[in-house]
Design a protein around this ligand. Structure first.
Ligand SMILES: CC(C)(COP(=O)(O)OP(=O)(O)OC[C@H]1O[C@@H](n2cnc3c(N)ncnc32)[C@H](O)[C@@H]1OP(=O)(O)O)[C@@H](O)C(=O)NCCC(=O)NCCS
Length: 150
């Protein structure tokens, strides 16, 4: 059985961005900037959360939505805390929020080579619905579109 980690999920605030960026920069080949997170946090129809352990941020995720469709914009967990169910906790919270908002589905793009993330989404009942050719740069790669109907 996997060790239980004491983790708190709460809303992300602007003062969290610098801590979040440390995870972002070691998780993505083309990381978001401070200003991108800032813009997201001050925009309407956004919901960003962090996972905290011992008062340190160990993961984060976010959605935005238009009409009845939500889009997962980001999700990452600090390397040393991976495979402990943290991303699953974040994802469940996003799904709960999308249901609360009466949205019809949650969708996202994932790099074709990112098998860990695809398995995470599959475990939470997302299914592959399509492909966006050359969606990503550095390195250039197709995106799979994965969707969960709520
Ligand atoms: C993808 C990511 C967010 C997963 O975070 P995590 O906290 O390790 O995920 P969880 O522990 O909740 O894993 C849930 C399930 O996802 C799958 N999974 C997660 N990481 C995996 C890996 N490295 N290899 C295989 N399966 C994996 C497994 O099915 C796992 O369930 P299990 O542990 O019971 O087998 C993390 O690896 C990460 O931050 N990656 C870099 C950023 C990224 O790629 N984000 C996604 C962008 S679309």
């Amino acid at each position: 059985m996997r060790a239980q980690v004491k983790v708190k999920i709460r809303k992300m605030s602007i003062s969290d961005i610098s801590e979040v960026l440390r995870i972002e920069e070691s998780s993505f080949p083309a990381p978001w900037s401070y200003w991108l997170f800032f813009q997201e946090l001050i925009s309407p129809q956004r919901y960003y959360i962090v996972a905290e352990k011992d008062e340190k941020i160990i993961g984060y995720a976010g959605i935005n939505w238009v009409i009845d469709e939500a889009h997962i914009t980001t999700i990452a967990v600090v390397k040393k805390e991976r495979r402990k169910g943290i991303a699953s906790l974040l994802l469940k919270k996003l799904i709960e929020k999308a249901k609360e908002l009466n949205l019809k589905f949650l969708t996202l793009e994932v790099r074709e080579s990112n098998i860990a993330a695809q398995l995470l989404y599959l475990k939470h009942n997302f299914r592959v619905e399509g492909r966006r050719m050359g969606y990503y740069s550095s390195p250039r790669e197709d995106a799979l579109i994965m969707t969960l109907y709520l």
